[in-house]
Design a protein around this ligand. Structure first.
Ligand code: PEP
Length: 250
């Protein structure tokens, strides 16, 4: 039985005062209690990691970042290494988010190397895969996500059990459009079968999250699917009540 995993991705949002209010509201609504039975984390912008680590201390809610360098250190201006994130208390880091793939031209190989760097620093990479709207309309969703996952499997080999996967159809992110639960389940099952060819035990353990306009009103049906183990949540993680409702939805 895989525990429910709900991970918030604040993207490039927040301020010192807004973060404090948001986390205090989340804790005030009882998120700490939910963290006893579910795996919860917030992935926040780099400048706020120390502040949010402090606000989340002893809450049971883990801290995460939204990207990481594939290099351990050196002349990579503007980049942040896995050891730096780990030192600040991060347990998770998102890699391969579609906004990184799209706006920063990150390819499958780089995403795999970032996941490896995270694992080497004892963090859990949240590896995002998902097809664009055009690929979806062309019926290529499965081909695309299989290719994206294969690049990770080729590099990580036996380490996949220590990762989290997130299926995020690009056309659903921030758009209000969502696949039907059955459509999402088909992709999740396919990803798990692909993992199982590599490592059956890991496949049964790895959390595969759904992401893309996940909201309190659609979460129950999506999270009821057998291979959907939780959510990677953008917009709704910026609202304490919505985030709490998502954590209670399954
Ligand atoms: C995301 O960016 O990972 C995401 C799922 O965003 P949203 O929930 O806003 O669609």
């Amino acid at each position: 039985m895989r525990p429910l995993t709900i991970i918030g991705n604040w993207k490039m949002n927040g301020s010192l005062s807004a973060n404090q209010q948001l986390i205090q509201a989340m804790l005030g609504l009882g998120l700490t209690d939910l963290a006893k039975s579910a795996r919860l984390a917030l992935c926040v912008p780099y400048p706020y990691l120390i502040q949010v680590a402090d606000l989340l201390a002893n809450s049971g809610i883990a801290l995460g970042a939204q990207d990481v360098s594939d290099h351990p250190n050196g002349a990579y201006t503007g980049d942040v290494s896995a050891n730096m994130l780990q030192e600040l208390g991060c347990q998770y880091v998102i890699v391969g988010h579609s906004e990184r793939r799209q706006y920063h031209h990150e390819g499958d190989g780089l995403v795999a190397r970032k996941a490896k760097a995270a694992l080497q620093a004892n963090m859990t990479p949240i590896i995002c895969v998902g097809e664009t709207e055009e690929e979806h309309d062309d019926g290529k969703a499965l081909v695309v996500v299989r290719r994206q996952l294969q690049a990770v499997l080729d590099l990580l080999q036996g380490q996949v059990a220590s990762c989290v996967l997130a299926y995020e159809p690009v056309w659903a992110i921030g758009t209000g459009k969502v696949p039907t639960p059955a459509q999402a389940q088909d992709v999740h099952r396919e990803l798990r079968l692909q993992l199982a060819k590599f490592d059956a035990e890991a496949a049964s353990k790895v959390a595969i999250l759904y992401g893309g306009s996940l909201k309190p009103d659609n979460a129950k049906d999506l999270l009821a699917m057998p291979d959907i183990d939780g959510g990677l949540v953008g917009g709704a993680s910026l609202n304490a009540q919505d985030f709490l409702a998502l954590c209670q939805a399954s």
